[in-house]
Design a protein around this ligand. Structure first.
Ligand SMILES: [Zn+2]
Length: 292
């Protein structure tokens, strides 16, 4: 019974606006429904916060419980509803939790668009999200990994990762040399696919002592990487710093899992041990740019 009352009040406000001039207009401005444009206009659609959505898509599949990623629920629900309406996700999973079932549904959606390889990684990217949201939702806080560029003489990263590395260099007052870059499928076999997509680099630590290695890992974390100093006891590799850019929408599935594990206080290795890196407030690159 509340609805008709509301409707009547709204109608009355419109009538007042048209007949009573200034006073009535200011009353109407306090009412969001009057400010909203007609439903055909994009401004009337709800919006998905892409940064929050992508964060949930990395963390939720790794959660041992049903906790939701803070700030992501409304955005995840909009995406899940759209996937369900396309019959890619069962309605019972429209719950604000971007777990493995939602990831699988999103991968199916990307494949339905003809996307292959890293473009069908289950992580919402700018263009797939725009297509999913057509007529349903708009997207704000858009993340763009950018085109591939060389970092140093040998290895490729995207421009988002490049900017992050340049900022880490600035904080450290030293040049960083890569041992491995991104978009490197079949590269180093000990990396089990983490470097197949975007956002992932290995930093060469030759000549750095333990304190310097930790300092570098810390600076990498500060600008938005999940970064760890890796030692030869952990795998078939020399000392290096492995770093994965949080919220890079080109991340391989393995790299996405490392980000989720990082948020959950783990080391990003297969044993899912405790995080052994320098403690910082976890921030994405975009969050870092807003607070620095
Ligand atoms: Zn690596």
């Amino acid at each position: 019974m509340k609805l008709p009352k509301y409707a009547a009040a709204a109608t009355a406000a419109v009538v007042l606006t048209s007949i009573a001039g200034v006073t009535a207009v200011s009353a109407a401005q306090g009412d969001n429904s009057h400010k909203a444009a007609p439903s055909s206009d994009a401004s009337a659609l709800p919006s998905v916060n892409m940064e929050a959505l992508v964060k949930a898509a990395q963390i939720d599949p790794r959660r041992p419980d049903n906790k939701l990623t803070p700030g992501a629920k409304a955005s995840v629900l909009l995406v899940e509803k759209a996937l369900a309406d396309r019959k890619l996700l069962d309605k019972k999973w429209v719950d604000g939790y971007f777990g493995t079932t939602t990831t699988a549904a999103y991968t199916k959606f990307q494949k339905s668009l003809g996307y292959k390889g890293i473009s069908a990684n289950g992580l919402p990217g700018k263009s797939s999200l725009a297509k999913l949201g057509a007529g349903r939702f708009t997207v704000n806080h858009v993340i763009v990994p950018g085109p591939k560029v060389k970092f140093g003489t040998k290895y490729y990263v995207n421009t988002r990762t490049q900017k992050m590395l340049l900022q880490a260099q600035k904080l450290l007052h030293r040049k960083l040399v890569l041992d491995q870059g991104s978009y490197n499928p079949g590269g180093d076999p000990t990396s089990v696919g983490t470097h197949d997509g975007g956002g992932v680099v290995d930093i060469n630590v030759k000549g750095m002592n333990a304190a310097t290695r930790t300092k570098v890992a810390k600076a990498m974390r500060q600008v938005g990487f999940a970064a760890w100093v890796r030692n030869p006891n952990q795998g078939d590799w020399p000392w290096h710093i492995h770093a994965t850019a949080i919220n890079d929408t080109d991340l391989s599935v393995q790299a996405q899992h490392q980000i989720g594990d990082y948020y959950l206080g783990q080391n990003g290795l297969a044993n899912r041990g405790k995080d052994d890196g320098p403690k910082v407030t976890i921030r994405t690159w975009e969050e870092y740019l807003r607070v620095r």
